[in-house]
Design a protein around this ligand. Sequence first.
Ligand SMILES: Cc1cc2nc3c(=O)[nH]c(=O)nc-3n(C[C@H](O)[C@H](O)[C@H](O)COP(=O)(O)O)c2cc1C
Length: 297
Amino acid sequence: MFKTLDLENISTGEAQHFLQHAIAPRPIALASTVDAVGNVNLSPFSFFNLFSITPPVVVFSPSSRLRDNTSKHTLENLQEVPEVVINIVTYDMVQQVSLSSCEYPKGVNEFDKAGFTQISSEKIRPPRVKESPVQMECRVLEIRPMGTQGGAGNLVIAEILMLHVNSLVLDENGSIDQQKLSLTARLGGNWYARITPENLFQVKKPSREIGIGIDSLPPAIRDSNILTGNHLARLANVSEIPSIDPSFHDEKLTQIFQYYAIDPDELERELHLHAGSLLDEEKTNEAWQVLLATAQA
Ligand SMILES: Cc1cc2nc3c(=O)[nH]c(=O)nc-3n(C[C@H](O)[C@H](O)[C@H](O)COP(=O)(O)O)c2cc1C
């Protein structure tokens, strides 16, 4: 069962609810801008992402205010001075970032309101946020309005000119250590997500030699009631189905055969459970051997 929504026939509030809860987590750009006379503004934007490496391009979107269709100060500043520092947001900064999103009157510097420290940029006028571990000096290439009504986004397309990375988040090779950068992202409503070493995990890139694909797995494996989509995808990432390794020995496999040999359904179930555990431990070769033994049984 799906709840299906026709975006042309629902309220703005409903659209916002579903889209912002589902298209999440979104990284947060803490954008620093200046107006023509140099007044500084700082505001967070989670409609933000990286869109190109060569040239290095980011986009973010200050919407017009839903309430009265007026423009946000960030957008007005960018129209006067097409430069922005995008400061990456970490967990330690998130309450101050939220505070900086208050609708202070034009000309109020949210660095002061939110208690952030300004440091000069090298190539552009807006200052950087010292507390942010990654700061990007950007030149605005284009601003594309998405519509004319209140709530319409304005896609700011900006090229990154300079990148400043705090050495505290670097590893011994001078690269960013993903575990040290406690990134924090926006979801729907008041929800945020925080990256910690405990909730990070890695997925290896698929085989260069091209995985056989789930459709090429033997039916007894593909149609298993035990193995999940993640398990099958790990198995299907081999370039060919392995052959039985006569030297493969596994204590648990021997035990399963001893206990369940008389009941083929139960035997298959136990072998698939065992293969699933091996796959969870990234032991794909061993899991294949267990499943090949199952096929032979
Ligand atoms: C984490 C976070 C993310 C936000 N993302 C956006 C966004 O992507 N687009 C937007 O228009 N407003 C967004 N807002 C609200 C703006 O930050 C808020 O309207 C702010 O007052 C705009 O400031 P300005 O008028 O000084 O530019 C966000 C607020 C928070 C706290």
